[in-house]
Design a binder for this molecule. Structure first.
Ligand code: G
Ligand code: G
Ligand code: G
Ligand code: MN
Ligand code: NA
Length: 252
C-alpha cells in the first residue's frame, strides 16, 4: 500500500485525534486558548506526528478531507468547554491548499453554528508559505475575518515573508516561531532579530503569540517586550482533550 493510500484509508477510518497545547496570557498567567495539533493514531497503537503526514496530505490533496476531520474533532472535543467559557479560544492550523480552495470556511461556519460556539472563539493559523502561495490569500483572510474568526500568520520568520506581504494581508495576529524564542538571551545570530519582529508586529497593530517558550527568562523577556500571549513546554505540552479541560479549569 502506498503512503497516499494508507493516509486516505486512515482519514476514512477517522484514525486522527487532536491534542491541545495551552496558550497563556502573560499578563495574568491564565489559559485563554489552545492550539489544536493533529495526531495520527494507528490501529496498532503507534502515533505518527503531523510533521510526517501533513506534507503528504498537502501534496496529494488529502489535506481537504483531513482539515474537515480536524474541524469536526475540535468541535466534538471542545464545544461544551467553549460554550461554558466564552473567553476561551481554540486555534486551528489551515494549509495553503485550504486557503486556496476556501472550502474549510463553510465547513467551519456550519460546525460553529450547529454547536453554539461563537466564531470569535475559533482562531485560524496559516504559515507564511500559505499566504505566499495562495494567490487569493488576502481574499481568504478577509472571508475568514468577515465570518468572525481571528487570523494569525504562523511560524513567522522562517519563510520568505516580507513587510509588504504583511502589509497586504488583513491579519489579526503573528506567531513568533520558536527558533526566535529559543535565541532570546543567547549569542545566536537570530537573537538580534527577535526584538525587530516584535517591534514590527506592534507597528502593524498585530497581536503576538510566542511559540516554544521553555524558560522563565524567555517569558520575562517577552513580557517586558509587550508580548501578551505565549505557548510552550514551560506551561504544557499538547494535551489530550480531557487533560486540557483540567489544565484550563486550574488556570482560567
Ligand atoms: O505538534 P507538532 O508536534 O509536532 O506539530 C508540527 C506541525 O504540524 C505544526 O507546527 C503544524 O504546522 C502542523 N500541524 C499540526 N496539526 C495540524 C493540522 O491540524 N493541520 C495542519 N495543516 N497542520 C498541522
Ligand atoms: O504533544 P507533543 O508536542 O509532545 O508531541 C510530540 C510528538 O509525540 C508528536 O508529534 C507525536 O508523534 C507524539 N505523541 C503525541 N501525543 C502522543 C501520545 O499521547 N502518545 C504517544 N505515544 N505519542 C504521542
Ligand atoms: O503549528 P506548529 O509549528 O506551530 O506547532 C507547534 C510545534 O512546536 C509542535 O511541533 C510542538 O510539538 C512544538 N513545540 C511546542 N512547544 C514547544 C517548546 O516549548 N519547545 C519546542 N522545542 N517545541 C515545542
Ligand atoms: Mn501553528
Ligand atoms: Na508554529
Amino acid at each position: 500500500l502506498s503512503p497516499e493510500k494508507e493516509l486516505a484509508i486512515a482519514i476514512r477510518k477517522r484514525e486522527f485525534v487532536v491534542h491541545y497545547q495551552p496558550i497563556i496570557d502573560l499578563s495574568n498567567g491564565r489559559c485563554v486558548a489552545a492550539e489544536a495539533l493533529l495526531r495520527w493514531r494507528r490501529p496498532d497503537g503507534r502515533w505518527i506526528g503531523p510533521d510526517l503526514f501533513i506534507p503528504l496530505a498537502e501534496e496529494t490533496g488529502l489535506i481537504s478531507p483531513l482539515t474537515d476531520l480536524l474541524i469536526e474533532r475540535v468541535i466534538e472535543d471542545q464545544a461544551a468547554l467553549l460554550r461554558a467559557d466564552r473567553d476561551l479560544h481554540i486555534s486551528i492550523n489551515i494549509s495553503a491548499r485550504d486557503l486556496e480552495s476556501g472550502r474549510f470556511l463553510p465547513v467551519l461556519t456550519e460546525a460553529v453554528t450547529r454547536s453554539g460556539v461563537a466564531p470569535s472563539q475559533i482562531w485560524i493559523e496559516a504559515t507564511e508559505q500559505g499566504f505566499i502561495r495562495a494567490e487569493i490569500a488576502a481574499g481568504a483572510v478577509e472571508a475568514a475575518r468577515a465570518a468572525g474568526h481571528m487570523v494569525a500568520i504562523d511560524d513567522f520568520g522562517t519563510g520568505y515573508s516580507s513587510l509588504s506581504l504583511l502589509q497586504g494581508l488583513p491579519l489579526d495576529a503573528l506567531k513568533i516561531d520558536k527558533s526566535f524564542v529559543e535565541a532570546i538571551a543567547t549569542d545566536a545570530a537570530t537573537s538580534v532579530v527577535t526584538p525587530h519582529i516584535i517591534d514590527m508586529a506592534h507597528g502593524l497593530k498585530l497581536r503576538i503569540i510566542a511559540e516554544g517558550v521553555e524558560t522563565r527568562e524567555q517569558e520575562a523577556y517577552l513580557r517586558a517586550a509587550g508580548v501578551r500571549l505565549a505557548q510552550g513546554w514551560l506551561y504544557s505540552h499538547a494535551l489530550p482533550a480531557s487533560e486540557f479541560a483540567t489544565f484550563h479549569q486550574d488556570r482560567k
